[in-house]
Design a protein around this ligand. Structure first.
Ligand code: OFO
Length: 167
């Protein structure tokens, strides 16, 4: 059984994950509009991953006899700049999400909720990967600078990303 505090915080995280999905989908739409299909694909897959993260929280709440409550999702930013700025924004967003996950772990410990703490550890590991991946692309884009051929090459690389549902 979840405490009311834990249930509320987990429900807020469903919303944060759905917002992440919305944000990356908006970034995908921007890249598609710029004819950067590989970048668009990468962001689209990222949006799918975020939706899967939201569902993990949804399922955990229900499994623990809590009530999953869905709130309005804030509209994502829709004015985007160059790929470097966009991936920097994605990296910053992931750091923010990592902070939220850390706060949830702290709350689970305070509430003596070992099951939620155990559940959240998957996200602790996932956030290390999320930050590293976004930052990796930021670093590549910094090296590329304004080199159109190198940008095109990275676009081809990012087109290869496929969705693997999290376990
Ligand atoms: Fe759900 O990890 Fe990104 O935001």
């Amino acid at each position: 059984m979840l405490s009311k505090k834990m249930e509320k915080a987990l429900n807020e995280q469903i919303n944060a994950e759905l917002y992440s999905s919305y944000l990356y989908l908006a970034m995908s739409a921007h890249f598609a509009d710029q004819n950067l299909e590989g970048f668009a694909n990468w962001m689209r897959i990222q949006a799918q991953e975020e939706l899967a993260h939201a569902m993990k929280f949804f399922d955990h709440i229900i499994e623990r006899d809590g009530q999953a409550k869905l709130a309005a999702i804030k509209g994502p930013e829709s004015t985007f700049k160059a790929p470097l700025e966009i991936f920097q924004a994605a990296f910053e967003h992931e750091k923010y999400i990592s902070g939220r996950i850390n706060d949830l772990v702290t709350l689970a410990i305070k509430e003596n909720d070992h099951a939620s703490n155990n559940f959240l550890q998957w996200f602790v590991g996932e956030q290390v990967e999320e930050e590293a991946t976004a930052n990796g692309i930021v670093q590549q884009l910094k090296l590329i600078g304004k080199d159109a051929a190198a940008t095109f090459h990275l676009d081809i690389e990012l087109a290869k990303r496929i969705f693997t549902p999290p376990v």
